[in-house]
Design a protein around this ligand. Structure first.
Ligand SMILES: [Cu+2]
Length: 687
């Protein structure tokens, strides 16, 4: 068993809310000088769950009368009356004994859900509020691997249903039974047809009002970071495992596994050579914008949920939060930007659905899949208070830069200053390894800014745009006309295409032109914030780095005379754990630690001074875009020794002399969010 659970190794890592929040939030100040936070604009309201109901939400469906259906990972379906907090919520168990349903849909009095091995319709034929008919509409084979999750269904406009099938995990994603790694379509005649593949962990997907299908993917093998992809029939979305079945009758995908190069070139570049490979519409940079994308919902509330009508909201299981996406079509293809939106949910966010009152139900679970929110499960609502947050509402690609649209008029003086913004672009590797370090990160020069007469838009002229790259667009210096800072200052725009059109007439770099890094979240990072001009090139198996060499020694020091006093093996376990919770060494002795990363996600091994693990972990988070190429090792004397960040199924030996001062030191993993739980005690005893 490799993973804590579901979603393909997907739901990894945790990060304390306050930490992540501080990275992205310019605190606005209200009239009483209290900083305004997300909570001032979007409240979380918890639906009370009765004792004895383990509501580990797998699927959510709001019924036309406002009741809410919930399928649970334990195999039940509940129907909740009065979920809106007016009067007591009342739970009825509608169905039970199901095999980990991770979806739920409702139509014409019936519920539909995916169990691991079938699409099931639940009917209450005698009107007693309980299903008495469980009908398998279609079945698919299972290998039995724990990771063979099945999701859905979602409706297409014509009444057909979509289902997605997760890959198994055997140290890598694998399609051990037919159509694993695929999206399938089920029609009313009962026919099942394969629709698209390349899916790894497709826990969340949605059909928008335009009829477009978007699915969310989690970082993993062949997936550098979280992302959403616009899926059209016959698309191949990136993970080759499902191509095993592309030769089967009915497959609309013609690519074969051998057609996919494993070079580490960015996916966007590979897609130019491999027709059918579909690059994502929007990347969610790992740890900067969540760590495990889950559900997708389109804001169809007509303004009931605030100023983001028509935009998408994307859940994040590991960070217990909901993010926001603005999409646009350039040259006929979708691309756009993601933003932080609301964090601090009670458990891991798996499902979202709109209530009849325009609030967002958020179904949550964290068993086996670590999440920031510490509850094992929860059902909460996100409710707009009616107050308008000052946010970057949209980022649009322009022929020579970006246009930022705000939810409120800006202060023209701050918003016209190029120094109020920064733009940095980067990409990820496309390869069979798990995830990717940030690649080729470069600041862009902002040549000038023009604010629209109504104060709602700022047009940035930017040099150095790159197609296929993610563009971090920050606006930390922009104030609203009321002198409030932005609630969230960061956005990440995936620039698949630069549109044609008129360019701004800004000829020479303006005096205030700005290379991109002041006010960046990566600032204040001790001495470690290497200038963003450094080209980030990494050996992917082991991320060698610029971290202080003396703290990571991977060959036996010559002065040791070929002998170590003690060799220690430390491994990793699913769920952000080392396989040993304590190690004992003699003060000053010569130690060799062989660190084996047997888990399916990235980890490192870092020895820190007593009591500093969380502090060092927080510093690692603040390294932001610089973290990956420096092994997430902040430049601080609190770090004594460390390994590189290791890919799954790899190992590294490090050598160090145990501290001369006895005490209880800590070894910790400093991958973003891991430090809060992934720790062990290094007991240093007297010689
Ligand atoms: Cu870790």
């Amino acid at each position: 068993m490799k993973t804590p659970g579901l979603l393909a190794a997907a739901f990894r890592g945790i990060t304390l809310c306050s930490i992540a929040f501080s990275l992205f939030s310019g605190f606005a100040y209200g009239q009483d000088s209290r900083p305004l936070t997300e909570d001032d604009f979007y409240k979380l309201v918890t639906v009370p769950v009765p004792d004895g109901v383990p509501l580990e939400v797998g699927g959510l469906a709001v019924m036309p009368d406002g009741r809410v259906g919930v399928s649970t990972r334990r195999g039940d379906v509940y129907v909740i009356q009065n979920p809106y907090g007016n009067g007591q919520a009342h739970f009825t168990r509608f169905a039970t004994g199901l095999h980990e349903p991770l979806g739920l849909a409702y139509k014409n009095g019936n519920f539909y859900l995916s169990q691991r091995g079938e699409l099931t319709r639940l009917r209450d034929t005698d009107g007693d509020g309980r299903a008495d008919e469980y009908e398998a509409l279609t079945r698919w084979p299972l290998d039995g691997n724990y990771h063979e999750y099945s999701y859905g269904p979602e409706w297409l406009p014509n009444g057909d249903m979509l289902i997605t099938l997760n890959l198994a995990w055997i140290g890598r994603g694998a399609s051990l039974s037919k159509w694993r790694g695929w999206m399938l379509k089920y029609n009313e005649k009962g026919e099942v047809t394969p629709y698209a593949t390349g899916l790894r962990s497709p826990a969340g997907y949605a059909v928008t009002r335009s009829g477009d299908i978007f699915y969310a993917e989690n970082q993993g093998d062949w997936v550098g970071s979280g992302r959403i992809t616009h899926l059209e029939k016959g698309d191949f979305a990136g993970n080759p495992s499902g191509l095993r079945w592309s030769g089967e009758p009915g497959s609309p995908v013609k690519l074969k596994v051998s057609d996919i190069p494993d070079t580490g070139e960015p996916m966007f570049n590979v897609a130019k050579k491999v027709p059918g490979l579909k690059p994502p519409a929007v990347w969610f940079p790992h740890s900067l914008m969540g760590i495990s994308t889950s559900d997708i919902v389109e804001d169809t509330t007509g303004g009931g949920f605030g100023p983001f009508q028509g935009q998408l909201f994307v859940g994040d299981q590991g960070h217990s939060k909901v993010m926001r996406v603005f999409l646009e079509k350039v040259n006929g293809k979708y691309q756009g930007a993601c933003f932080a939106f609301r964090e601090g949910m009670a458990s891991g966010v798996l499902r979202m659905a709109w209530g009849l009152d325009g609030s967002m139900f958020v179904g949550q679970t964290s068993r086996g899949w670590s999440a920031t929110g510490k509850s094992a499960f929860a059902l909460q609502r996100v409710v707009w208070t009616g107050k308008m947050p000052f946010e970057i509402k949209a980022v649009r690609a322009m022929p020579d830069g970006f246009e930022l649209e705000f939810t409120q008029p800006v202060d023209t003086k701050t918003a016209s200053d190029a120094g109020a913004y920064s733009v940095t672009n980067f990409t990820y590797r496309y390869h069979h390894f798990y995830g990717s370090p940030i690649q080729d990160s470069k600041p862009c020069t902002i040549r000038g800014v023009i604010v629209s007469p109504d104060g709602l838009k700022a047009r940035l002229a930017v040099d150095g745009l790159k197609e296929g790259y993610i563009h971090e667009v920050l606006a930390p210096g922009v104030k609203s006309a009321q002198n409030l800072p932005l609630l969230h200052t960061a956005s990440y725009y995936t620039l698949n295409a630069i549109p044609a059109g008129e360019r701004l007439a800004i000829a020479a770099p303006a005096a205030s032109a700005h290379a991109g890094h002041s006010g960046k979240m990566t600032g204040g990072n001790g001495g470690n914030g290497s200038s963003g001009t450094t080209k980030l090139v990494n050996n992917t198996a082991k991320t060698n780095a610029a971290a202080p060499a003396a703290k990571r020694i991977t060959a036996m020091p010559e002065g040791w005379g070929g002998k170590v006093d003690q060799t220690i093996n430390v491994g990793t376990l699913p769920g952000l754990k080392f396989d040993r919770t304590s190690l004992t060494v003699k003060a000053g002795s010569k130690i060799k630690v062989v660190f084996n990363n047997n888990d399916d996600m990235l980890h490192n091994f870092v020895v820190v001074l007593p009591g500093t693990a969380v502090e060092v972990g927080d510093m690692a988070i603040k390294m932001g875009l610089n973290g990956p190429q420096q092994n997430y090792i902040p430049n601080t004397p609190k770090v004594l020794y460390h390994s590189a960040v290791l890919q799954p199924e790899s190992s590294e030996a490090i050598y160090f002399e145990a501290p001369s001062k006895p005490g209880e030191y800590t070894y910790v993993c400093t991958m973003p969010g891991h430090a809060y739980v992934m720790q062990g005690t290094l007991k240093v005893v007297k010689e």
